[in-house]
Design a protein around this ligand. Structure first.
Ligand code: C2E
Ligand code: MG
Ligand code: MG
Ligand code: MG
Length: 283
């Protein structure tokens, strides 16, 4: 009985520490926005047939003044809960549009920049105005912007179709991120104006060794091809995974096998005017 009690105390101590960390991060997030502590890395998305760059996913980074780099997997959910995500998300959106336009002006090949949209952001009534303003202010053409939405975002918003239709009318591309991990409904693929499915890395991880994962991924690719949707595999880390996906007619991939998310200077070094013909780093 005594040990049970100790375990319980230990347990509550852990919980308290995690609550303390979260509430500190919530406060620091707001300060960090004022102090410009956020920046963006860009991860290449590669066409599997040509091995050319087709897009870059913008992934936010935070250098915490005391704790150093903190993963977005930790701070994005906190930003969501506290509402900071609206300001943070708008910052990423504007920055990504400005950066892509600057790259076009500097003579880099033209590619789309993909920006993650969180649930809280998607349900803001002025999302389409915010996107429109980011495009106008940067001068980026809408077809060079893609917004990544998750299944849960779409599911929890009653006005999702209307919002997505407005964004499509504007000319922006839409993708479903982490496809297959939410409460997916095949209805979404019929009803929503989606351009791209991003197969979650959870399914890609074991495609070579796990027959079920291999079958699921092959089926998602075939379905996307039949529906004339673009399909990207996320989290590609090995040559074997790359070959498997290519053989199954997946059109694009993203992952450490090609590149990690990179700072803008690295993108320029890889794809800048002097290096236009350079293929991904592995080859
Ligand atoms: P996501 O949108 O699914 O992004 C893909 C994540 O997988 C990124 O993690 C990326 O660095 C990682 N990744 C890419 N290739 C590989 C690989 O080959 N192997 C492995 N193991 N991982 C790979 P990251 O940057 O830590 O971001 C995590 C999540 O945080 C994102 O998942 C996204 O949901 C969220 N996030 C990041 N930036 C933003 C943002 O600006 N706004 C919003 N709302 N969410 C963001
Ligand atoms: Mg994403
Ligand atoms: Mg994803
Ligand atoms: Mg994810």
């Amino acid at each position: 009985k005594a040990r049970g009690k100790n375990n319980f105390q230990f347990f509550t101590k852990e919980i308290n520490q995690s609550i303390l960390r979260k509430s500190k991060l919530a406060i620091d997030l707001r300060k960090g926005l004022e102090h410009d502590e956020f920046f963006i890395h860009y991860q290449p998305q590669i066409d599997l047939k040509t091995e050319q760059l087709v897009g870059l996913e913008a992934l936010v980074r935070w250098n915490h003044p005391e704790w150093g780099a903190i993963s977005p997997a930790e701070f994005i959910p906190i930003a969501e809960d506290t509402g900071s995500i609206v300001q943070l998300g708008e910052y990423v959106l504007r920055q990504a549009c400005l950066q892509n336009k600057a790259w076009q002006r500097a003579g880099l090949p033209k590619f789309r920049v993909a920006v993650n949209i969180s649930s809280h952001q998607f349900s803001q009534s002025n999302l389409t105005e915010t996107v429109h303003a980011a495009l106008i202010d940067s001068g980026l053409e809408p077809r060079y912007l893609e917004l990544e939405l998750t299944e849960s975002i779409i599911q929890s918003s009653s006005t999702a179709i209307a919002t997505m239709n407005e964004l499509k009318t504007m000319g922006v591309y839409l993708s479903i991120d982490d496809f297959g991990t939410g409460y997916s409904s095949l209805r979404y693929l019929k009803l929503f104006p989606i351009d791209t499915l991003k197969i979650d890395q959870y399914f890609i991880r074991n495609i070579i060794t796990d027959l079920k994962d291999a079958a699921l991924v092959a089926t998602i690719i075939r379905m996307a091809n039949d529906l004339q949707l673009n399909v990207i595999a996320e989290g590609v880390e090995t040559a074997e995974q790359f070959q498997f996906l290519k053989q199954k007619d997946c059109n694009q991939a993203q992952g450490y096998y090609f590149n990690r998310p990179l700072p803008p200077t690295e993108i320029e070094r890889l794809y800048g005017p002097a290096h236009n013909t350079q293929s991904p780093s592995h080859s």
